[in-house]
Design a binder for this molecule. Structure first.
Ligand code: PLP
Length: 399
């Protein structure tokens, strides 16, 4: 047993710990506010109708190799339209190099590898805080990270002036990761005007914006509105990169469907960049699976299924927004002393509640309510049935 003697257990992912404690709790009142996956008002995972219908229509597909290449390029063609706009010049002029990726995580990792390969001395600036796996992804791709200030714990909103200072103080030509909508874990997004200023400062500093778009549609319920940050950058003639995930907005978590796209200076560059991305992917996993991608391309290229998806996405976003309002109202009706306005000011799947690690521990111990110790509430876990119990638990823990 000499070969692996030095291998100890890896540090647990914070979400995995929350799920384990939740599962081990036998209380009928228990609530899991850890997972970042959508749940309906009954607390159940959802398979969208558009997905069921697409499943039915592709049943019996043979998935020959030739099919998989065609499906993948159709998928990329449709995906990039969601990000850049279906009638945008960059799409019409064929300036987007896109490849299918293993969901949002795989798209981020592929980009990190590409970044290290072609800019070996570069770093990545990540928002503070950010999705915890961003740190692991760029670290394992051997790209050093820096952080830029983002969240202001006092206002539970954006620390815009600090963000702009950090953008200005980074060396010219730095890589920055931005969440274009529904920031994880804070739920805090810049306003349109603030995005314009960020884009302007990026231009001045010649920074590269890499957008990690894991929740398109979840912030506003509208795909185009949620892409407005990226559209602002396009207007300012930036070259951008984007990781897209269909895990949340199509509920395809297990299928690992994503897209990595890089906007090129001209259409001549597209072939080079795309082939390099494919080469990197080939050494890691050759090619990604085709089934989920066939579902997505079927939905995006069929006007009926696409409009059904857009409706269902709106329903999911609206349910979450409704729960934000109800949770805030319930706390206010209990005369809870803290200000809870940030619950409805924040957007997307998550609410950065401001609960301290001690309060989070108490919520679990005394009320069977589970969340990560940073106080992040997954709003998808809040339902009509548990919201008043939750409000009361939060009130008792914070009074
Ligand atoms: N990026 C962000 C900001 C996320 O929150 C997530 C998921 O939690 C991902 C990327 C990756 O998701 P997936 O790989 O499941 O598409």
């Amino acid at each position: 047993g000499l070969w692996w003697d030095r291998v100890g257990p890896a540090t647990k992912d914070p979400i995995t710990g929350v799920t384990e404690s939740f599962l081990a709790d036998s209380s009928p009142n228990k609530i899991n506010l850890g997972v970042g996956a959508y749940r309906d008002d009954e607390g159940r995972p959802v398979v969208l109708r558009c997905v069921r219908e697409a499943e039915a229509s592709i049943a019996g597909s043979e998935f020959l190799e030739s099919v998989s290449a065609a499906v993948s390029s159709k998928f990329v063609e449709e995906s990039v339209k969601l990000v850049y706009g279906s009638d945008s010049d960059v799409v019409k002029d064929g300036r987007v190099a896109g490849v299918q990726a293993l969901s949002g995580t795989g798209a981020c990792r592929l980009f990190a590898e590409f970044q290290r390969h072609f800019h070996p001395d570069s770093r990545i600036y990540l928002p503070d805080p950010t999705w915890s796996n961003h740190h692991n992804i760029w670290k394992d791709a051997q790209v050093p990270e820096r952080t830029f200030r983002y969240y202001d714990p006092d206002s539970k909103g954006l620390n815009f002036s600090a963000l702009i200072d950090d953008v200005k103080n980074a060396p010219d030509g730095s890589f920055f990761l931005l969440h274009p909508c529904a920031h994880n874990p804070t739920g805090v997004d810049p306003t349109e005007e603030q995005w314009r200023e960020i884009s302007y400062q990026f231009k001045v500093k010649n920074h590269f914006p890499f957008f990690d778009m894991a929740y398109q549609g979840f912030a506003s319920g509208d795909l185009d509105k949620d892409a407005r940050a990226i559209r602002i950058f396009l207007k300012d003639d930036h070259l951008v990169g984007c990781a897209q995930s269909f895990a949340k907005n199509m509920g395809l978590y297990g299928h690992r469907v994503g897209c990595l796209s890089i906007l090129c200076a001209d259409s001549n560059q597209v072939g080079s960049i795309r082939s390099q991305l494919q080469r990197i992917a080939r050494a890691m996993y050759s090619s990604p699976p085709v089934h989920g991608v066939l579902l997505v391309s079927t939905i995006l290229s069929d006007p009926y299924l696409k409009s059904l998806w857009i409706e269902e996405l709106k329903t999911m976003a609206n349910r979450i927004r409704g729960m934000r309002t109800t949770l805030q109202d319930s706390l206010e009706r209990l005369d809870s002393p803290p200000n809870w306005e940030h619950i409805t000011n924040q957007v997307g799947m998550f609410c950065f509640s401001g609960l301290t690690p001690d309060q989070v521990d108490r919520l679990a111990r005394e009320f069977h309510v589970y969340m990560t110790r940073d106080g992040r509430i997954s709003m998808a876990g809040v339902t009509t049935g548990n919201v008043s119990y939750l409000a009361n638990a939060i009130h008792e823990t914070t009074r």
